[in-house]
Ligand binder design. Structure first.
Ligand code: FMN
Length: 190
């Protein structure tokens, strides 16, 4: 089987809190972004961009997010607080993919969103190709205006996903995948 196909057939998510060091270095992050920018894009609108959270700044973002959540949920117990805190600080590198669509006479908004999703998937696959694993998360902060401001998401942008990237701390276990019969309809002329 060609290596590239094997790669597609073996990718699977590793949860963010099971992604350890090393994460991608600066050069590898550039390759991830190059792969994520090489996607079908009707009208060449590039309706997506990336926000990188790495190193000490990622920790600061995670801490600020945690403080915001805590201020909203003062009754939360320690266990839940620890889970929430982990969100942005668990894995070495987090890359947000955000989508900004425009009203265009020929390119429906839907197609711009699809290009952003394709970009995100390329990012996931490129991480896998480099020997890293990744998780695509949205979570509460993708839909909370105060959190979005804190995380550098601009007005008019929507989060496609926060892609956590790192080295798997455990071997991947798979989950059942839909069979050919479940997901394919063979169209017949009569
Ligand atoms: C748009 C999008 C958002 C997601 N957000 C979350 C999330 O917030 N929390 C979560 O546990 N999984 C989330 N997932 C699911 C995981 O990323 C992943 O798909 C799931 O764990 C199964 O992994 P696999 O099929 O890639 O192996 C999201 C997936 C997508 C496509």
């Amino acid at each position: 089987m060609p290596d590239a196909l094997k790669l597609l057939l073996t990718r699977r998510t590793i949860p963010a809190n099971r992604l350890g060091e090393p994460g991608p270095n600066d050069e590898q992050v550039r390759s991830l972004i190059a792969a994520a920018s090489r996607v079908p894009d009707h009208g060449k609108l590039a309706p997506w961009r990336f926000i990188l959270y790495a190193g000490a700044d990622r920790l600061a973002a995670g801490n600020q997010l945690f403080d915001l959540w805590k201020s909203r949920n003062p009754q939360a117990d320690e266990k839940l607080l620890a889970l929430v805190h982990e969100r942005l600080v668990a894995s070495p590198v987090v890359i947000a993919v955000v989508c900004h669509t425009t009203i265009h006479p020929k390119i429906p908004e839907w197609e711009q969103v699809l290009s952003a999703a394709a970009s995100t998937m390329n990012l996931m696959l490129a991480a896998h190709a480099m020997g890293f694993a990744a998780q695509w998360l949205t979570d509460w902060y993708s839909y909370d205006q105060e959190a979005l401001d804190l995380l550098g998401v601009r007005e008019g942008e929507k989060v496609v996903g926060f892609i956590h990237v790192g080295t798997p701390m455990e071997p991947p276990s798979d989950r059942p995948r839909p069979s050919f019969e479940e997901v394919v309809t063979v169209w017949k002329a009569d």
